[in-house]
Ligand binder design. Structure first.
Ligand code: PTT
Ligand code: SF4
Length: 608
């Protein structure tokens, strides 16, 4: 097709670290139409260009930073970026979404994505300035935490530069190391920071001076202004500004889903002093991603008097899940994770698992629930991979397999569970089970709907709801690349995004057209997993055993646990709606319908 496409630059920067060589890839317009951007571009590139079976920590792995046609534009919360790669934690597709000036800068530099391959000879910084890219030495930064290194990079490249970097966690290949930005933004839970470390890349600095060309800028601006107004006037706006995601602590406690003692329980006696109300008392300021109209980064002073930006997930995982009942202490562990560049959700799981294994005398560590000082030492040892930290840096799945204690290992496909207990939430368990990166809540945070609409049901409506959410949360937002919270938290209509997308690109997609793209992305991610795992079984999509075998022993839902047979039926309903076989492999006709016919031979090989 030759018709002009607006909204995209149609250029991807491919940088080879070994050769120190930058190339411009003018990708075909079909890729923009069929995959939109962000996660869509990432999986398409990994599928087409990554050699099957590549070791994720080898130079051959690809690290992809991708924005979408709405990133960096005026509108509700457009300062986000997808970071993706084959995951060293799970061995499958991995990505994360980070709010950062680097997202806006990449757009202004005129690139839709950066694909980084190879490995630098020595610690380096990839510097992208508009059309040009180069490597600069970073020996002076290697070993530094992400806060100190960020300051030095800002001094060197200026306050307007977009900066992504790793800490000691990524350098030392902790399998759940993340990429960090702006001292408190972190993305890429499934080890994107370790991939960066394996490439000896300490930082990526981006500067841009261009303006994306839009199809109908006037209409775009009009809709963007309306959308921003709608967010600001929404009923929940002032409550959101007060607590952001931290309001979830009280909700989770009330509804018995607050992860407690490695997900043994869903209620925690010390919840009040890690809650949003408590946070308000010790907050020092609020921060946000760039271009945000509803800031949610609440910064508190932690146990050591340092600043820490807290969110629900961080505080539940480094609070109730490991028995820590003071927000200042959980915030300190959270700040350390940001400094070291380690994912807080996986870290809270690893510490919870290790504490339980120690309690059962299966792991030789002197640790009990809530012993923050000892957790501090463990976190340091993980980032340095010293002593027991070397094992703990491997993530819950590998640790549990190595010590032969898998029944309380809380992960799906190797990615540790986010902060919602599912003893009495089969829909949320399904969301974890079918998330395209392993157990993450981001694609379908179905739990609040589930609690309101009958949490004990295993009915088909739950599979339908999970898929509906995956389409807009994991499909639309991860490909247009914008923050999804205006919709989730303040009820902004999804229609705005279709209108903004059309005004930016000149296409005329309905929301349903975008959901078809989402289905395509999901099917291709699934095929990527199947290719890398060399097959598939329904076991790969099962939540942890604990939720089926060990009922809650406390709280209003005492006695609750999941029913395995009913859950399997729910999972099969999910496969059926998606057009996948009974063992979770997309059917040839589904792939054909989605324009993924090159994946059909592999699907036929592994279908039941
Ligand atoms: C995200 C996951 C989350 S989701 C949280 S808190 W959350 C944890 N945050 C971490 C952190 O902080 N430091 C750290 N060392 N590890 C962390 N691990 C956890 O990572 C984040 C916000 C939040 S706060 C959420 S829900 C929304 N997520 C979005 C998303 O995924 N997509 C999208 N289009 N919009 C989103 N908006 C919101 O963004 P991952 P951020 Mg994050 C400090 O990275 O890998 O996706 O995992 O990026 O800029 O910090 O914004 O209650
Ligand atoms: Fe970032 Fe929160 Fe604003 Fe979303 S709502 S853009 S996560 S600060």
């Amino acid at each position: 097709m030759t018709e002009k496409l607006f909204g995209w630059s149609k250029r991807i920067l491919v940088f080879d670290l070994e050769r120190k060589e930058a190339k411009e890839w003018r990708y075909p317009g079909e890729m923009a139409r069929d995959f939109i951007g962000g996660r869509g571009f990432a999986v398409k590139i990994l599928w087409d260009q990554l050699e099957p079976g590549t070791d994720p920590l080898s130079p051959s792995n690809l690290l992809i930073l991708a924005v979408g046609p709405l990133t960096g534009l005026m509108g509700p919360c457009m300062g986000k970026m997808v970071i993706a790669s084959k995951s060293p934690l799970t061995g499958g597709y991995g990505d994360g979404n980070i709010g950062t000036k680097a997202a806006v800068a990449l757009r202004m530099a005129g690139w839709d994505a950066i694909v980084i391959k190879g490995k630098a000879e020595k610690p380096s910084i990839l510097v992208v300035e508009d059309d040009k890219a180069r490597l600069e030495p970073a020996e002076d930064l290697w070993g530094l935490d992400t806060f100190t290194a960020y300051d030095k990079l800002e001094e060197r490249f200026g306050k307007n530069a977009g900066i992504l970097l790793i800490g000691p966690g990524g350098e030392n290949l902790v399998r759940y190391a993340t990429v960090v930005s702006q001292k408190g933004r972190s993305g890429g839970r499934p080890g994107m920071g370790a991939v960066m470390g394996s490439k000896k890349l300490k930082a990526i600095v981006i500067k841009g001076t261009k303006k994306p060309e839009l199809s109908d800028p006037d209409t775009y601006m009009k809709i963007a202004r309306e959308a921003i107004e709608s967010v600001r006037k929404s009923d929940g706006y002032s409550a959101w500004l007060r607590q952001g995601t931290m309001a979830t602590v009280a909700w989770a406690q009330k509804n018995s889903v607050l992860p407690t003692f490695n997900y043994r329980e869903g209620v925690f006696d010390g919840w009040e002093t890690i809650s949003g109300d408590y946070m308000e008392k010790i907050r020092v300021r609020t921060r946000s991603c760039p271009l945000c109209v509803m800031p949610c980064g609440h910064v508190v002073r932690d146990e050591e008097g340092k600043e820490s930006e807290v969110d629900y997930e961080n505080i539940a995982m480094l609070g109730s899940n490991i028995g820590v009942s003071r927000l200042e202490e959980a915030a300190m562990l959270n700040r350390m994770a940001d400094e070291l560049g380690i994912d807080t959700i996986s870290l809270g799981n690893v510490l919870g698992y290790a504490t339980e294994a120690a309690e059962r005398k299966k792991l030789d560590i002197d640790i009990s629930w809530g012993e923050t000082k000892k957790y501090v030492e463990l976190v340091k040892s993980i980032a340095r991979r010293e002593g027991i930290g070397d094992l703990l840096a491997e993530g819950v799945k590998r640790i549990s397999e190595r010590i032969g204690e898998t029944s309380y290992a809380m992960h799906v496909k190797g990615l540790e569970i986010s902060a919602y207990d599912c003893h009495a939430a089969p829909g949320m368990a399904l969301a974890y089970a079918t998330s395209p990166i392993g157990a993450h809540h981001k694609d379908a945070w179905v739990i609040s709907w589930e609690v309101a609409h009958g949490r004990f049901s295993y009915g088909r409506e739950k599979a339908e709801k999970v898929i509906e959410m995956q389409r807009w949360r994991g499909g639309l937002f991860e490909s247009i690349v914008a923050c999804r919270l205006p919709v989730i938290e303040l009820g902004l209509s999804l229609e705005y995004y279709a209108k903004l997308f059309n005004a930016a690109t000149g296409l005329s997609y309905t929301l349903n057209d975008i959901y078809t793209v989402a289905d395509r992305i999901y099917a291709l991610i699934r095929m990527f997993w199947i290719r890398e795992m060399n097959g598939w079984s329904i076991e790969m999509d099962m939540p942890p055993e604990r939720w089926f075998k060990e009922p809650l022993t406390r709280g209003p839902l005492k006695g609750a646990k999941l029913d395995k047979d009913k859950f399997l039926q729910l999972l099969r309903a999910y496969y059926e709606i998606r057009g996948w076989s009974s063992n979770g492999v997309p059917k040839p006709e589904t792939l054909e319908r989605l324009g993924l016919s090159d994946a059909i031979p592999l699907a036929k090989k592994f279908a039941e």
